[in-house]
Write a protein that binds this ligand. Structure first.
Ligand code: PLP
Length: 399
């Protein structure tokens, strides 16, 4: 770091501005090179036989991937980070690395839907027993642990319904058994929650979201403690799924401004969520940063901030499509974490044990960095359309 200051002493935005790459390592250029590569040449046969040089083949890393994975390691406090082509690949990779036929895996029931799809389609086919648990189970997960439970998978706050898990309690109990604890930490980013500090072994991110921040790439990161790193790294190399150089570079670029962007997302999202609680047509707002949220105390204890994604429950009888179609600034689209606001209706039909019963349609909002008064006006427009078009008892089950 410039000035010789230890990066861990500096504030988060200072660290984000400089971590991962030292300009002096590449002719003083402020940013690292985007290395497009497969082959790396060795100077002689001895070096090649011993693989005795820093880079040996691009699947193992390049100066570009090293800059980003080094930056993520600093943020997560991890021993190693691999970069894969999507958040979904970042979920699949550690599950494949740590589960074998005959094993038992515990997965939170309010998990990101494609994670469930991977577990149901691939893990079950491999002969792994998959069991979904109530996200607020905490230390109660003890009664579900078996001698063959090898993985406990967490995600907090939950996708779409935003239950907050007691991660430390779950990790403590899981480690008393022999399970590896994984967490999908995409919502909080390492700025607002550091899973390894709470006993998690492996932290997973859809870097597609806030780290990328611009809806223009897909990338996933998997960060581990020292004990789980060798097995994760071995599976990463074996599957052959390294992230592409341009996307890797763009995520590092995104990280530089992520603190500033998140501060804005946070401020706008909390203000809008609080405002929405008092608007006609709204039954409930599901955002752990609000005092009304059932897990607010756990969130306050463990998290240092809130990102810009939360859900609203429209009043019973509301017509969700009228709400969505009336929005002019909020785009209708999947994903989140980018500069633009988004809305989508949530389908909870895959939930098994988690509470999936709400007063009316559930809408997930991603609050972008547009001006807050414009966003409020847009949401008010949507709510007016809902109540105008809605007839009590109208079929809410569409979607
Ligand atoms: C989006 C998302 C993913 C998957 O990321 P992609 O890059 O879109 O594959 C994984 N987990 C969570 C919680 C997500 O929101």
């Amino acid at each position: 770091m410039p000035g010789g200051q230890s990066p861990t002493q500096a504030g988060i935005n200072t660290r984000l501005a400089h971590i991962g790459y030292e300009p002096g390592s590449y002719f003083g250029f402020v940013n690292p090179p985007v290395v497009h590569a497969s082959t790396v040449l060795f100077p002689n046969a001895r070096t090649m036989a011993a693989r005795d040089q820093k880079y040996i083949y691009a699947t193992h890393g390049t100066p570009t991937t090293e800059a980003l994975s080094g930056a993520i390691d600093e943020l997560e406090g991890s021993a190693g980070t691999v970069l894969v082509p999507s958040g979904q690949a970042a979920v699949a990779l550690p599950l494949l690395a740590f589960l074998s036929a005959g094993d038992h895996a515990l997965i939170t029931d309010s998990v990101y839907a494609p994670t469930r799809q991977f577990a149901d389609l691939v893990l079950r086919r491999m002969g792994i027993e998959v069991e979904y648990y109530e996200p607020r189970i905490g230390a109660g997960i003890k009664r579900l642990l078996r001698s063959n439970t090898k993985v406990v998978f967490t995600e907090s706050p939950a996708s779409n319904t935003f239950e907050v898990q007691d991660i430390s309690a779950i990790a403590r109990v899981a480690h008393a058994g022999d399970a590896v604890v994984m967490m999908d930490n995409s919502w909080a980013t390492p700025l607002f929650f550091r899973p390894l500090d709470h006993g998690v072994d492996i932290s997973i991110h859809a870097a597609t979201k806030y780290p990328g921040g611009h809806s223009d790439l897909l990338l996933g990161t998997v960060s581990t403690n020292a004990a789980t790193w060798p097995r994760l790294w071995e599976m990463f190399l074996t599957l052959g799924i390294p992230a592409a150089p341009d996307d890797t570079y763009q995520v590092l670029r995104g990280l530089r401004t992520m603190g500033v962007r998140l501060a804005h997302h946070q401020k706008s999202a909390i203000e809008i969520a609080s405002w929405l609680e008092h608007q006609p047509g709204i039954a409930r707002v599901l955002n752990p940063a609000l005092p009304s949220h059932p897990d607010h105390a756990v969130w306050m204890r463990d998290f240092s901030g809130a990102s810009g994604v939360f859900s609203i429950v429209l009043a019973a009888g509301s017509q969700s499509h009228a709400f969505l179609d009336a929005l002019e600034i909020f785009g209708l689209g999947f994903s989140w974490g980018s500069y633009g606001s988004l809305a989508m209706q949530v389908d909870l039909s895959d939930r098994i044990v988690a509470d999936g019963v709400f007063e009316g349609p559930l809408i997930r909002l991603q609050i972008g960095i547009e001006d807050i008064e414009d966003l409020k006006r847009d949401l008010a427009r949507g709510l007016r359309a809902t109540t105008r078009a809605g007839r009590p008892g109208f079929d809410q089950s569409v979607l």
